[in-house]
Design a protein around this ligand. Structure first.
Ligand code: FES
Ligand SMILES: [Fe+2]
Length: 424
């Protein structure tokens, strides 16, 4: 699966983690590989192997100066492409430095994200960045949320394409009687067992779940998985919401959830962590490989569960936020859950299809060299997700086609259908 991931550009870190030329190098682990990120004097971001090619000292301690990162052990210096540009401990007449190259990956910055290409293509033949609307907004409109999760990326991702848990984990304490008639929450809470329709699309898998709405209508929730690890979840209003989440593998047992969205389009309460749009406090970052974007609440403190709140139904879980609820249920499966122990039902149809699609693509790449979906098709990412009410006899795919298109304004749509109930 790592070979498959390397076909794509990966959102590897935030631009602000390497804020200015010659700022401090950062430890960044991606796909289990230890790398050092630095922004050079010219503003270009480098992502270079941790161990110096000379004798292995960590380049984290390097001097970031004059358009390169200089190892403090013997002074070898590397530019953002990994070229060795100075070797001051060798005689001046030596050309040894021209023979030394560090592993370094091409980067590209867009929308506050440093994208990284860790794949096999030459610099002149790199694939295009995916047309993810949430990453292509004006700075004034764009919001980034990032947190680390201590489990496998796929286990975390599966929570995003499992809309049936919302009526329990996040909204189990809200009764259908307590929300306004004809609100979408009313439909969702009156029927907590949605039916699923799942289908393959160019860039991944789409699903629609449906339940009765007001007479003659059906409430649909449309959401996507996109290769290799993106989700567009079903919360919010289809056509209005602009949001995507990447589940980026740090290694097999750690990932980060990175959401890129248009501010004010999600109908969701946010706050608590400055310019990082997450809904629970984070610990201060450390420089450790796993030291970035960790919630204060985690397995070590039982996600700060409040049993009194759980018992009194102030909240279904007693766990203090939506993200932490998701965090608790997916992390406590263990780092990589043994899927042979599962008993999947009809509401797991999207998870089943997505696993098949991913495994099929990875096997096709390994056995036949088939390029996985959408590597060279940025338009496959031009999608939106969310809820919609349709006539009961409408075909959901054709009826929602234009609403699923990214980069289209829909001034006729508004958040009032959510009736103030946070969309999750
Ligand atoms: S180990 Fe880096 S220069 Fe010697
Ligand atoms: Fe959730």
């Amino acid at each position: 699966m790592g070979t498959l991931m390397r076909q794509y550009w990966l959102p590897g870190l935030l631009s602000r983690e390497v804020p200015e030329p010659d700022s401090d190098p950062r430890r960044i682990m991606l796909l289990g590989e230890q790398l050092i990120a630095f922004r050079d004097t010219n503003g270009k971001v480098g992502l270079i192997q941790n161990n110096c090619p000379h004798r292995g000292a960590s380049l984290f301690f390097g001097r970031n100066e004059e358009a390169g990162l200089r190892c403090v052990y013997h002074g070898w210096k590397f530019d953002v492409t990994g070229r060795c540009i100075d070797m001051p401990n060798e005689p001046a007449e030596s050309d040894f430095k021209s023979k030394v190259k560090a592993v370094a990956y091409p980067t590209s910055e867009r929308g506050g994200i440093v994208w990284v290409y860790m794949g096999p293509r030459a610099e002149t033949e790199l694939p295009p960045l995916p047309d993810l609307e949430g990453n292509m907004l004006d700075e004034s409109q764009s919001g980034i949320g990032i947190f680390q999760r201590e489990c496998n990326w796929m286990q975390a991702l599966e929570g995003d394409i499992d809309t049936a848990h919302v009526g329990f984990l996040h909204q189990g304490a809200i009764s259908a009687d307590s929300v306004p008639a004809d609100s979408w929450a009313k439909y969702a809470l009156s029927d907590r067992a949605p039916r699923f329709k799942v289908l393959d699309i160019d860039g991944g898998v789409t699903y629609g779940t449906y339940r009765p709405a007001n007479p003659g209508n059906t409430y649909w929730r449309v959401a996507h998985f996109l290769f290799p690890f993106y989700t567009m979840v079903a919360a919010g209003v289809l056509g209005l919401k602009v949001a995507v989440r990447a589940w980026v593998p740090i290694d097999d047992d750690h990932c980060f959830g990175l959401s890129m969205s248009k501010l004010g389009t999600q109908g969701r309460r946010r706050g608590g962590a400055g310019d990082n749009l997450v809904d629970a406090p984070l610990r201060p970052d450390s420089t450790d490989w796993y030291g970035r974007f960790r919630f204060e609440a985690d397995a070590r403190n039982d996600y700060m569960i409040d049993r009194q709140k759980q018992r009194s139904l102030q909240s279904y879980t007693g766990i203090p936020s939506v993200s932490l609820e998701d965090h608790a249920v997916t992390e406590t499966m263990g780092p990589i859950y043994d899927r042979t122990q599962e008993r999947l039902g009809s509401s797991d149809a999207m998870i089943i299809r997505t696993r098949r699609r991913l495994i099929g693509a990875a096997v096709a790449l390994r056995d036949r060299g088939t390029l996985p979906p959408a590597v060279d098709d940025p338009a496959a990412y031009r999608l939106r997700s969310g809820g919609v009410v349709l006539p009961a006899d409408a075909d959901w795919t054709t009826a929602t086609r234009s609403l699923q298109e990214a980069f289209v304004d829909h001034p006729e749509l508004g958040l009032e259908v959510l009736a103030g109930v946070p969309a999750v």
